[in-house]
Design a protein. Structure first.
Length: 338
């Protein structure tokens, strides 16, 4: 049987995949979600071993890779940053060669995009980027699946990311949406605009797909006409010393009911990749209340619990989409045409 276009490939960044390939992964996620709901087995990775490397912490990505591996018949093995030699006592190249000789696929979450690229280069097995400082590609398949579930389509919708416009999730959304023909907007203070490199990349794709791109620091005009408002934490993992400056800078970019109304769309939805600071029920949330008097950050509790919010569907979809990514790239599946 001829290999599919996915077999043996890594998912390091969305830009490496075509529109048709990303659309296939989204649709395949929907199919696997349906199989799961109906209790129909889908052991496409029977007998395979999957390494889960985490330099940074995770709830959703770790849980999704673990349960998706098990549902696919594979064995997941969690290797945390204090469990293995990676980077400290052994080079990424040497670690990759060893892991590639024992595991059939490797997930990596960490700081450097270079590390995930080296793992792919030297392991000889598919490597899936579970988030780096630059990109969060597995998140995107879940996010656009959630959008498709709500609107029945992707092309022509307007998705607006509000907040820290140059973090991993913002980068990934801007580029992925542009590939998919979705109008993408980034609304953030000028000092947190995405880099020219990312904007140029997105504009290149947008030219092919007809997606419209807008980068602005004006929240009200930026969100007008949006079908989806998306936000993420103001301080990403590894930047924990920046809470004070980000709270000052990003307060006008909080997703609250005024901003939701400013979209002018009643059937709009709100997304958040999670975890979210929508109350003070966390260590950081409590600390920020004491230090700066804020009880909510990037999204208000009112919006988080409103009829517009879809963040928990999005979180569940991480599992179905990670399953699709792993099965497509490692499962020897018959995928006739993409
Ligand atoms: N959205 C996301 O990646 O969540 P975790 O950090 O919990 O994995
Ligand atoms: N931008 C966030 C995403 C968490 C899923 C971070 O990197 O911490």
């Amino acid at each position: 049987m001829k290999d599919s276009v996915f077999q043996g490939r890594s998912l390091l960044a969305e830009k490496d995949f075509t529109r048709a390939e990303l659309e296939f992964l989204i649709d395949f996620s929907e199919h696997l979600k349906d199989l799961k709901k109906r209790g129909i087995p889908h052991h496409y990775l029977e007998g395979k071993n999957i390494a889960l490397l985490f330099e940074k912490t995770s709830t959703r990505t770790r849980a999704a890779f673990t349960t998706a591996s098990i549902d696919l018949g594979a064995h997941p093995e969690y290797l945390g940053k204090n469990d293995i030699q990676l980077g400290k006592k052994e080079s990424v190249e040497d670690t990759a060669k060893v892991l590639g000789s024992m595991f059939d696929g490797i997930e990596f979450r960490g700081f450097s995009q270079r590390v995930v690229e080296q793992l792919a280069e030297f392991s000889g097995v598919p490597v899936w980027n579970g988030l780096t400082d630059e990109w969060h590609p597995t998140q995107m398949i879940a996010d656009f699946l959630t959008i498709q579930e709500n609107f029945g389509k992707l092309e022509g919708l307007t998705v607006t990311y509000v907040g820290d416009g140059r973090n991993n999730v913002a980068n990934s959304l801007l580029v992925t949406g542009s590939i998919l023909g979705v109008n993408m907007r980034i609304v953030s203070p000028k000092s947190l605009f995405p880099t020219d490199e990312i904007v140029n990349l997105a504009q290149g794709f947008a030219k092919e797909t007809g997606a419209k791109i807008l980068i602005t620091d004006d929240p009200k005009t930026g969100v007008a006409g949006s079908d989806v408002l998306y936000t993420d934490v103001w301080v990403s993992m590894g930047e924990e010393d920046k809470f004070e400056e980000r709270i000052k800078l990003l307060k006008p970019y909080q997703i609250n009911m005024d901003l939701v109304r400013a979209t002018g769309k009643e059937n709009m939805i709100v997304l958040h990749c999670l975890p979210a600071f929508h109350d003070t029920e966390t260590v950081y949330g409590e600390e920020m209340k004491e230090r700066f008097g804020v009880t909510e950050m990037e999204i208000t509790d009112e919006v988080f619990r409103s009829k517009y919010a879809r963040q928990f569907d999005q979180a569940e979809n991480r599992m179905h989409s990670i399953k699709a990514i792993m099965a497509a790239t490692l499962g020897n599946l018959y995928i006739p045409k993409v």
